[in-house]
Design a binder for this molecule. Structure first.
Ligand SMILES: Nc1nc2c(ncn2[C@@H]2O[C@H](COP(=O)(O)OP(=O)(O)OP(=O)(O)O)[C@@H](O)[C@H]2O)c(=O)[nH]1
Ligand SMILES: [Mg+2]
Length: 329
């Protein structure tokens, strides 16, 4: 892409053009070497202007109602004058081909709103379930004028930790009537939550839902606060009937105001940027090391020596790492 075309793309983006937004997200998600430079050019223009949205990560087991809830929250936020972007991350897509279309159709009213942008992203390659580029996509959405960004991810292993590392607020969704062992929640994930919502508190599940709300509220009272001035609320909602959705949105906005006022939000973002750099270094080293064909033969020889007991594993690793790093200079 020429410098002029990068300028055009950035200008269209700043004008809130959704096609330009979709195009630039595709660019930052691309793993093609020839796209990397363009992506960097766009990002370096955009990043200093980004940062204006409240970024909310939403996680929970498959089928808990994340997409339905995001649609309900998104519509309520638009009614309050917000512009809403949804980035959804599907860790199953590498295995199953993904439920990308499914997600888009589920968010049907939201994706048709002019004040909304819905972008389900496939997960490509990286462990953890967050597509490369999700963090960059957040910046792009912000520059395109979206001030309320939700990132959906299925709670499987690492993906929720990744989402928490790029958002201001982490929302955990639960189902009525099950204790935390049943809901498969690791303590670490519970400790990250800024808001817990029990979804599907409707019909026959309403009473069980309220009991679950009380149980988790009790459990959370015993946990230390991770954000000053914020006791993690537990709310009961129905994404289907929209019962409790307005109140949940208010709580989310109250959290946004609270972290802004206390400076916790700045601190969190600085910390995330630092971790982002080191995570990229870690990933980059791994990719460079394992994708180096020249190392393969040498690795085989060293492996044989280690297997034969002629070389320690540590010494073998150190030799390989040394030759890999030297080559990169
Ligand atoms: N009764 C009831 N059903 C709901 C509610 N929210 C979602 N559902 C239903 O639960 C099913 C799963 O909803 P989704 O929104 O797709 O759930 P999800 O968590 O996004 O699912 P994955 O993306 O596949 O992990 C759908 O059939 C929804 O209609 C709710 O509040 N009450
Ligand atoms: Mg979903």
């Amino acid at each position: 892409m020429t410098a002029g075309r990068v300028d055009d793309l950035v200008e269209a983006l700043m004008g809130g053009d959704r096609r330009a937004l979709a195009k630039s997200i595709t660019l930052v998600e691309s793993r093609r070497v020839e796209d990397r430079e363009d992506a960097e050019a766009v990002l370096s223009r955009v990043m200093p202007l980004a940062g204006g949205a409240l970024r909310v990560g939403i996680t929970g087991v498959p089928g808990v109602g994340k997409s339905t809830l995001i649609e309900a929250l998104g519509n309520a936020a638009i009614d309050c004058g917000h512009r809403v972007a949804v980035l959804s991350v599907d860790p199953s897509s590498t295995i199953s081909g993904g439920s990308i279309l499914g997600d888009k159709t589920r968010m049907v009213t939201l994706s048709h709103q002019p004040q909304a942008f819905v972008r389900p992203s496939p997960t490509v390659g990286r462990a953890g379930g967050v597509a490369p580029g999700t963090r960059e996509a957040i910046y792009l959405c912000e520059v395109a004028g979206f001030d309320f960004i939700m990132v959906e991810t299925v709670g499987v292993g690492q993906s929720e930790l990744h989402v928490a590392s790029m958002t201001d607020m982490f929302v955990l969704l639960l189902l009525p009537g099950a204790g935390d062992e049943l809901q498969g929640i690791k303590r670490g994930v519970m400790e990250l939550a800024d808001l817990v919502a029990v979804n599907k508190c409707d019909g026959e599940l309403a009473a069980a839902g309220q009991r679950t709300v009380a149980e988790f509220a009790q459990a959370l009272r015993l946990m230390p606060r991770h954000t000053i001035d914020w006791a993690v609320p537990v709310v009961g909602v129905s994404a289907l009937t929209s019962e409790g959705i307005e109140g949940m949105l208010e709580t989310i906005m109250r959290f946004g105001a609270c972290v802004l006022a206390s400076g916790a939000h700045r601190e969190r973002r600085n910390d995330q940027a630092r971790k982002w750099l080191w995570e990229e270094i870690r990933q980059g080293l791994l990719e460079r090391f394992f994708c180096d064909p020249a190392l393969e033969t040498r690795a085989k020889t060293i492996e044989e020596k280690v297997v034969a007991g002629n070389l320690s594993g540590a010494a073998g690793a150190s030799r390989l790492l040394d030759s890999s790093l030297k080559k990169q200079h």
